[in-house]
Design a protein around this ligand. Structure first.
Ligand code: NCD
Ligand code: ZN
Ligand code: ZN
Ligand code: ZN
Length: 429
């Protein structure tokens, strides 16, 4: 394994709050030196002037459809999309077919991810068998096999007694419960956010209260059990307020939002582009602003993609029958740069914290920081580079993104995992 010398970059490490011009030498898979100027004649040089070097990004929430829907995504294509988006570790959700509810599927995912060898794919185990909401899975077996969290994502754990026992059981393993928080009955058949725009378009709405009701219940249960709750894809002002208050009261809660919740508001649904149909729905401008406030004040810990690939045939169904979800691994960095950094709402350090050290802490993995001796998982970003999203460019097997043919700013140029280059924009195209 040859050494790599990254020259002239702005190195940003949220954990140590480093944000300075540095050279970095990577040797034997690890970060060997971080200094103002390094010369290493034998090393492969990556020139990174005007670029930003950050810890390899970590996504707590994506859908790889493997096993079950290789026409939509596989561990191989999902890993390619991940590194193209700057991610070196991704958590894949268990709403696969079959669900990730036993050891053999966890073993399959690790084996397949290792064969592909592009990024760390960390499975999330189902809370209930077949995600049916009734019988809790064998947490001990799943944790032993390597799951980093438990979730029935795609569905809320509707039965409060089941969730209570799952939370209690999870404490023995110090593994968080990732909850998809949407009241099934209140959200039923909702095609977009309930509100003025939905009324105008004549589309059935899914109200913010559907999310907030479950978040409130879950926070009470988390407080009651003392277990660790992580709320998936937070999208409403009320949910942010509930979580802010619960954190203040000492509840062990963390949460994530997704780029589409801080980048869009529900007016985009006027296009009737079915790629805007996601769960939870894209909310109002008031909600969007509250999400940004939540990111700023630390109520929202992470930015996760909720990368949800769907095949063209499904997304070409009429709006009411199309599935929920948009892909997101390859556009997340650009959206964060454009909306949060370039519009001066947050600093690089604070945005990158939500994509590195914070998610690493939630799933307790030794990643997400840049320091001498640490594994060299590194992402390099050209912050000003413009690029156009095109079908040919998208590495994901599915193309369901509302950003298609749009120009974005901020582009991942290199990704290094354990000291090996896994993605380089130059080689790619
Ligand atoms: C997800 C999917 O397609 O699996 N869809 C979505 O709109 N977010 C499910 C989920 O995350 O709840
Ligand atoms: Zn979900
Ligand atoms: Zn999801
Ligand atoms: Zn689908």
């Amino acid at each position: 394994m040859s050494s790599i010398l990254i020259k002239g970059a702005r190195v940003i490490d949220p954990r140590s709050k480093l944000d300075a011009a540095r050279d970095m030498l990577i040797r034997q898979g690890k970060i060997a030196r971080i200094e103002k100027s390094i010369t290493a004649p034998k090393a492969r040089v990556v020139r990174a002037k005007d670029q930003v070097v950050v810890p390899g990004l970590i996504d707590l929430h994506c859908h790889l459809r493997d096993p079950g829907r290789p026409d939509e995504e596989t561990i191989a294509t999902g890993s390619e999309a991940a590194v193209a988006g700057g991610f070196t570790s991704i958590c894949c959700m268990p709403n696969t077919d079959p669900a990730i509810d036993n050891e053999s599927i966890v073993n399959y995912i690790y084996k397949e991810a290792a064969r592909v060898g592009l990024c760390n794919v960390l499975p999330v185990g189902a809370i209930t068998k077949a995600r049916a909401g009734k019988e809790i899975t064998e947490f001990a077996e799943l944790q032993h096999a390597g799951v980093k969290a438990f979730s029935d994502d795609g569905d809320t754990v509707a039965d409060s007694s089941v969730l209570r026992h799952a939370l209690e059981y999870s404490k023995a393993f110090d593994v968080p419960i990732f909850e998809h928080a949407l009241d099934k009955e209140l959200a039923r058949d909702g095609l977009m956010n309930e509100g003025l725009v939905a009324t105008r378009l004549g589309l059935k709405g899914s109200p913010a209260i559907a999310e907030e009701l479950i978040v409130a219940r879950d926070l009470l249960l988390a407080g009651f059990t003392g277990a660790r709750l992580h709320v998936c894809h937070v999208s409403t002002r009320g949910a942010v307020e509930l979580i802010r208050r619960a954190k203040r009261e000492g509840v062990r809660v963390t949460c994530e939002t997704c780029p589409h919740y801080f980048y869009f508001n529900d007016e985009v649904l006027e296009s009737l582009d079915v790629n805007f149909k996601v769960n939870p729905p894209i909310r109002s401008e008031v909600d969007r602003q509250a999400i940004i406030e939540g990111l700023k004040d630390g109520t929202i810990d992470c930015i996760a993609t909720d990368h949800a690939p769907h095949c063209r045939a499904e997304k070409e169904l009429e709006f009411a029958n199309a599935p929920y979800g948009m892909i997101g691994l390859e556009t997340a960095v650009s959206l964060a740069v454009m909306e949060l950094i370039n519009r001066q709402k947050m600093s690089w350090l604070d945005v990158m914290r939500k994509l590195t050290v914070n998610p690493a802490g939630i799933i307790r993995i030794p990643a997400g920081c840049i320091s001498v001796g640490a594994a060299a998982d590194i992402t390099i970003i050209a912050p000003d580079e413009k690029w156009k999203v095109s079908e040919e460019q998208i590495r994901s097997r599915s193309k369901n993104t509302p950003h298609l043919n749009k120009e974005l700013v901020g582009r991942v140029t290199n990704v290094i995992l354990n000291g090996r280059v896994k993605y380089s924009l130059k080689d790619g195209q």
